[in-house]
Design a protein around this ligand. Structure first.
Ligand SMILES: Nc1ncnc2c1ncn2[C@@H]1O[C@H](COP(=O)(O)OP(=O)(O)OP(=O)(O)O)[C@@H](O)[C@H]1O
Length: 279
């Protein structure tokens, strides 16, 4: 994704002073069959942060993301989006988009039609939508691919289309559930670099689910480690490295130190899983 510089201000460098984008207040989730997805969780993500959720399988990462996306409701506790209810989400400054692991493109529609889908659903006139689709495709480096069909694209390109579709609504918050998990490591590294640059330039708050230690360290301003049985927050690690980040960071001793620290935290989270709450 060759992200073109944009004039929009980035809050990404000052998350500590930024207002909350989402507040998760004593939220837990018990599913209809009695499975406890999460024990009560308190977590605030500030505007402009890039927060990764990582932890053993079943620790509730996707459940937490689905709660933030309002796709499911908490059993107890509440969430605030930009200090308000979900009814205000979608208004300017409060736009939310989600990207799933599977690109889920419409096979019968061209790339540009797939990217335009959220604007079509919002009944935006085609002539108004067209420049936004072009811009979103440019952001992910697919300007010349708009007339192709999904079957003509590689897995990495399909995921770029999925990201363009999320960006076309100009989100203030982007939720990503293991978007690059199915890609080879080389493609994943490139998409990570491009996503990091897009995030830096556009300043959207990002909450990113991953199983990859390297990916979490490379992308995040903060990593939230979770433990399972029951799903809960276990530890937080701030990644104190300026942006833009590139291969120099990926190959640095500091990067290796963070990876080691996160790896130890994950081992401890794994050991703590199934042993009830630890904080
Ligand atoms: N719809 C559901 N009904 C019942 N149990 C569910 C449902 N969705 C998730 N769970 C359970 O809630 C717990 C948390 O699941 P979740 O998918 O959020 O974990 P995860 O950390 O995203 O896992 P993974 O890393 O394997 O994707 C698991 O025990 C899971 O089996």
């Amino acid at each position: 994704m060759a992200a073109a510089p944009l004039p929009s201000p980035s809050l990404a460098m000052a998350p500590a002073e930024a207002a909350p984008a989402v507040e998760i207040l004593g939220v837990d989730k018990v599913f209809a069959d009695g499975t406890r997805g999460l024990t009560p969780i308190d977590l605030t993500v500030a505007q402009g942060e890039f927060v990764s959720l990582i932890g053993p399988s079943g620790c509730g990462k996707s459940t937490l993301l689905s709660l933030i996306a309002n796709l499911i409701q908490p059993t107890d506790g509440r969430l605030l989006w930009w200090r308000g209810g979900f009814d205000k989400v979608g208004q300017p400054g409060r736009r939310l988009s989600i990207v799933f692991q599977d690109a889920t493109l419409m096979p019968w529609a061209r790339v540009e039609g797939n990217v335009r889908l959220p604007l079509d659903l919002a009944r935006m006139p085609k002539d108004e939508a067209a420049p936004r689709v072009d811009e979103a495709l440019a952001l992910v480096g697919l300007s010349s691919h708009g007339r192709l069909y999904p079957r003509q694209l590689s897995g990495g390109m399909r995921m770029r289309v999925s990201i363009a579709r999320a960006l076309v609504t100009e989100p203030d918050m982007l939720l990503m559930d293991e978007p690059f998990g199915a890609l080879d490591e080389f493609t994943r590294n490139r998409l990570d670099s491009d996503l990091s640059e897009l995030w830096r330039l556009r300043g959207f708050t990002t909450i990113f689910v991953t199983h990859s230690i390297y990916e979490a360290v490379f992308l995040s301003t903060r990593i939230v480690v979770m433990a399972a049985q029951p799903g809960r927050l276990f530890r937080e690690i701030e990644i104190d490295e300026p942006f833009p980040r590139g291969d120099a960071f990926r190959t640095s001793a500091k990067f290796a130190d963070y990876c080691r620290e996160l790896s130890v935290a994950l081992m401890e989270a794994s050991l703590a899983s199934g042993r009830g709450r630890d904080r």
